[in-house]
Write a protein that binds this ligand. Structure first.
Ligand SMILES: Cc1cc2nc3c(=O)[nH]c(=O)nc-3n(C[C@H](O)[C@H](O)[C@H](O)COP(=O)(O)OP(=O)(O)OC[C@H]3O[C@@H](n4cnc5c(N)ncnc54)[C@H](O)[C@@H]3O)c2cc1C
Length: 437
């Protein structure tokens, strides 16, 4: 017999008076806005330090571009000359990215505890074979499945004890003078004020910093798209090799971060203009359609069955969109140069022996306090932005912001008032390398 469930009557609510639209208020030590890898690293760092932490994410997956955005490559933690430069949660996340899916760390970077005793030797050898002779293969990096990574991040976030707010859009910063003291968020419960002693902007687009009045720099981009697809050819190859690693693989169309691959016919779009974002997304999906039309042209009747899209990005794939004008900046011409306020190192993925020191002040917006900005929206200049936006760098700066936020809360002060030396000491204690030599 089918049990009848009672329908719950929900009383219609009158439209909210704009002045009393907040339905609830909650208080935390640290509030992180944006659950990409920068936000995730910040949440892990602060929650593990025992603070009361909340993280809000507008989609329903943690990981941002690296999961929802289908980016599949964890760029190198090393300088290409055999030296690891990026450590800490950034390294932890690299290993988590392959916990539930394919991907291997090259032999020379593999530590006993990371391979596990049950990994067959021939499986491990496959990765090394694949990249033999290429500089990328030698580097401490990996290809990963974005959805496998998403599951592994869930695990880390659950273990951390941070309060997790998915499907929650951060709307307006709440200001006390020039200090950010919380953020109004909106979800199925309505508008909620999340108050915090320290806020971390990990939106990728510096949304909170900008709306709080911090000066920022915009960077419009040509459309491009990275997607997943399946094909008969790949399935055959998988059968022959006995490995499902590439059954679903990656394809793309459009300009890369340098504008290479741009064939004209479209304009640049701004990630910070609502209408432009829709047009960018529609244009980029049009590029995917064109790509599949081309691929399927050659296969006759069965072409649609033998090569088709498996997944499209569920967030706009803007690489560099808007960043804060920082108290300090990662400068393009400071490659391989010492910086006295450095809180960590990041390596270029395209060049060998090109490493930048990250000044603490590049996470601090100007004119606004109580706020750190991390990930691809921290302050960088010219080519250096191409490096600070990469996955290892965003995870590193997320952790460093978490370290600074923890210190600020413990000392009842602002991140802007901390001495860089204090943040450096804590970062070093966590195994983060500060200087090139
Ligand atoms: C096409 C493309 C290819 C790339 N390829 C590589 C690569 O191969 N290797 C590599 O290392 N890097 C690559 N990158 C760069 C890298 O993936 C990203 O720069 C990095 O993942 C950004 O991390 P993030 O946390 O700073 O920002 P994001 O990943 O953008 O995360 C920001 C998060 O904040 C959320 N958010 C934003 N606004 C709000 C709001 N108002 N309220 C709530 N949540 C909000 C978003 O939903 C998102 O989850 C690529 C980028 C692109 C676009």
């Amino acid at each position: 017999m089918i049990k009848k469930t009672k329908k719950r009557r929900v009383a219609a609510r009158p439209a909210q008076n704009p002045r009393s639209h907040i339905q609830a208020q909650k208080r935390y030590d640290v509030l992180i806005v944006g659950g990409g890898l920068a936000g995730v690293a910040a949440a892990l760092e602060t929650a593990r330090a025992g603070l009361r932490v909340a993280i809000v994410e507008k989609t329903i997956l943690w990981g941002g571009l690296a999961t929802t955005g289908l980016v599949p490559l964890y760029m190198p933690l090393c300088d290409g000359k055999g030296r690891q430069v990026t450590f800490g949660i950034s390294e932890e996340l690299l290993h988590r990215s392959i916990r539930y899916g394919p991907g291997r760390v090259p032999q020379r970077w593999r530590k006993k505890e990371q391979t596990g005793p049950d990994t067959p030797a021939d499986e491990l050898a496959k990765h090394d074979e694949l990249y033999a002779g290429s500089n990328m293969g030698e580097r401490y990096m990996t290809v990963f499945s974005p959805m496998a990574f998403a599951l592994a991040i869930d695990e880390a976030m659950e273990e951390s004890g941070a309060e997790l707010w998915l499907d929650t859009l951060a709307c307006t910063p709440i200001m006390a003078g020039q200090t950010v003291s919380g953020v109004e968020v909106e979800n199925k419960s309505g508008r909620i004020a999340l108050m915090a002693k320290c806020v971390i902007d990990a939106t990728g687009d510096a949304d909170i910093a900008f709306r709080a009045g911090a000066p920022c720099t915009d960077n419009p981009l040509f459309p491009s798209i990275l997607y997943q697809y399946v094909s008969l050819a790949l399935a055959r190859e998988a059968g022959e090799k006995g490995s499902a690693r590439r059954v679903v693989t990656f394809g793309g169309n459009g300009a890369n971060e340098m504008g290479v691959g741009y064939h004209g016919g479209t304009k640049k779009y701004s990630a910070t203009d609502g209408k432009d974002v829709s047009e960018f997304v529609m244009q980029s999906r049009r590029l995917a359609r064109l790509h599949f039309a081309e691929k399927q042209k050659t296969g006759g009747q069965t072409s649609r069955e033998n090569c088709y899209p498996a997944a499209l990005p569920a967030m706009a794939q803007f690489r560099m969109s808007r960043m804060i004008d920082g108290q300090e900046t990662v400068m393009a011409n400071r490659c391989n140069q010492r910086c006295e306020t450095s809180v960590g190192l990041i390596a270029d993925c395209r060049k060998v022996d090109a490493v930048w020191e990250i000044p603490y002040g590049s996470l601090l917006p100007r004119k606004v306090e109580g706020l750190l900005a991390v990930g691809r929206c921290m302050a960088a200049e010219g080519y250096a932005w191409q490096v600070t936006r990469l996955i290892p760098a965003v995870a590193l700066t997320g952790q460093v912001a978490g370290i600074a936020a923890t210190l600020a809360v413990q000392r009842e002060t602002q991140p802007h008032s901390l001495m860089p030396a204090d943040v450096q000491r804590q970062a070093q204690a966590k195994g983060i390398c500060l200087h090139i030599s």
